[in-house]
Each structure stands twice: as structure tokens, then as C-alpha cells.
Ligand binder design. Structure first.
Ligand code: IMP
Ligand code: MG
Length: 185
């Protein structure tokens, strides 16, 4: 499908600025991350934990680039603005497997303030995994409120709001095969 017809699917109510990361660029980087992670975890069995819904697309592409034995699980969370603004994280779907002794790789779509990833890392580390690392497709360090170690980063991005490849605006546009910036009107 051409970009033009893909744009057409977006409807007239929102304006897409420009494609920030096209399909090929994302595919190449995800493949590189797959090689790096496979090397780092060689000889160990990995539990990949994708965070729904945003990281679904990235997680599915990433696991297919990994050349090590792995288990795949998902957590679903929601963040809502609490009074005071920093937002609270609620677990909507927890893991189906126990993690003591497992090497856990948490996969996020974007780490922005870092509050979501920070919450999830402390939640999972309390369950005594053998190791815990964070892999995010996108890193927006400018707006970081919680410091946390990012083991694997696909791309650093600026402040503009992004949609596509799992990222949503009001739960839409997750299906776009590329990442675009969007004017929030
Ligand atoms: P954080 O807790 O501020 O790091 O927020 C991370 C979550 O906010 C991500 O998992 C996304 O769901 C969402 N998010 C942050 N920036 C964007 C964006 O530019 N587009 C879409 N979702 C975003
Ligand atoms: Mg998300």
C-alpha cells in the first residue's frame, strides 16, 4: 500500500506531519537489536515481556529476529493522570508465568517520562528474576522524570507526538507500518 493511501486511512480529523521512521529503517534497526540481544543472552533462556498495547508490534517483530530460545508473555497496563499529574500505573493483565530465576527482557514502545517503565521494572524485580533488562524501540530522554537504565534502544526521538507501529493516538493508528509525527490540535 502506498503512503498516500495509508495517509488516507487516517481520516481528515488529524494532521500527520511527516514520516519520522519508515518501514525499512525500523526493520533494519529491529534486526540489529535482535543480533545484539541474541549475542548478549547466548546460552541463556530469555523471557520476553511485551507491554500491551503499544509494544505489541515491536515485540512481534523483535522476537522473530532473536536467535535464542525464548518464552513470550505480555502484560497490559494503563496509565491515567492522577491529581498532581504524574499518573498512576494499573496492571490490567499480569504475566502468566512465574519469573524467579528467569532472564526477563521487558519490551516497551517508547520510554517518555519513564514512569511506566520504572513502575514495571520495580514490580518485576520484586519477583526475583535472574536478570531484568529493558528494551525500548523509542527513547525520548528530554522529558524523563524517572531515571532508569535502558539496555537496548532502537531510536532516540524528540518531543513531537508519534503514531504508528504500535503507538496510538486515542487508540488509533497502531496499525500503521511506519512511525509518523502528528499535530495534536
Ligand atoms: P512514560 O511513562 O511517560 O514513559 O510513557 C510511556 C507510554 O506513554 C508509552 O508506553 C506510550 O504508550 C505512551 N506515549 C508516550 N509518548 C507517546 C507518543 O509520542 N505517542 C504515543 N504514545 C506515547
Ligand atoms: Mg504504551
Amino acid at each position: 500500500m502506498s503512503l498516500v493511501s495509508t495517509y488516507h486511512r487516517l481520516g481528515a480529523d488529524h494532521v500527520v506531519n511527516e514520516v519520522v521512521l519508515d518501514e525499512g529503517t525500523i526493520r533494519t534497526r529491529v534486526a540489529q537489536l535482535g543480533v545484539t540481544i541474541s549475542t548478549d543472552y547466548a546460552g541463556r533462556e530469555l523471557l520476553v515481556v511485551g507491554i500491551l498495547k503499544g509494544a505489541l508490534v515491536f515485540t512481534c517483530d523483535l522476537v522473530r529476529e532473536l536467535q535464542i530460545p525464548l518464552h513470550l508473555d505480555f502484560m497490559a497496563i494503563s496509565r491515567y493522570a492522577a491529581q498532581g499529574g504524574t499518573g498512576k500505573v494499573r496492571v490490567l493483565k499480569d504475566l502468566e508465568v512465574d519469573i524467579p530465576g528467569k532472564h526477563v527482557l521487558l519490551v516497551e514502545d517508547i520510554v517518555d517520562t519513564g514512569l511506566t517503565a520504572n513502575y514495571l521494572c520495580s514490580l518485576l524485580s520484586r519477583r526475583n528474576p535472574a536478570s531484568l533488562a529493558l528494551c525500548t524501540l523509542l527513547d525520548r530522554p528530554e522529558l524523563r522524570l524517572a531515571e532508569l537504565p535502558l539496555s537496548y534502544v532502537g531510536f532516540q526521538v524528540s518531543r513531537e507526538f508519534l503514531i504508528g507501529y504500535g503507538l496510538d493516538y486515542q487508540d488509533r493508528y497502531r496499525d500503521l507500518p511506519f512511525i509518523a509525527s502528528m499535530n495534536l490540535t
